[in-house]
Design a binder for this molecule. Sequence first.
Ligand code: NI
Length: 238
Amino acid sequence: MFKRGVRRLTAAVLALALLLTGCTPAVEVDAAVELPEGQKLIALTFDDGPRRSTTTRLLDGLAERGVQATFFLIGAQVEHNEDVVRRMDEEGHQIGIHTFDHVTLTGLNQADFGAQVGKSREALKAVLGHNDFLLRPPYGILDESVKRWAGCPIILWSIDPEDWRDQNTRRVAAEVVAEARDGGIILMHDIFPESVDAALEIVDALHAQGYLFCTVDQLFAARGIPLEAGESYWNAYP
Ligand code: NI
């Protein structure tokens, strides 16, 4: 996982360099990442997808910008969107679970928890052939049972523009850019067209400020913080 994360981050560094300088630096793609001292990192994360129309447009925009993000998917929406999920994986994005039916995970017995998280994991594993998915509980609500049964790291967030509230591109983009901080995790939803527009504006604005976008795994790996199953993480602030 770490190795794959490093390789992807290298690609992101190259893409950013290309974006900023207009030329490809003479760096071997598979070389270990040497991030510049003080490099600002930030992770874009998207919940509640995939939704074919909006998620596809987001993937197009991220690909144009050489940016990798992390997607916490609804298990029930994986069916009929297998190609979209496969594309995320192939393009270096990280994938996590956001339950099968978008339910609150606290108060469930272990069988019902399994029907939400385990079933989503199986669906993703069947499409992608690997089984290393993060978990983001809906509404960020968790308890000791969720931690005990998660079977993977639990990823929350540090920057939440509540993009679902008014679906206002300008407000959402401005809020995230204002709150951006090295090591932050941004929460958005790729099921709204306005959020896709806002996310791409955010990428452009923060690239101009020298930020490097990376997946959750890459963010924590770069900061030397091991992600452990059953533990929850809100940010990788220095
Ligand atoms: Ni959600």
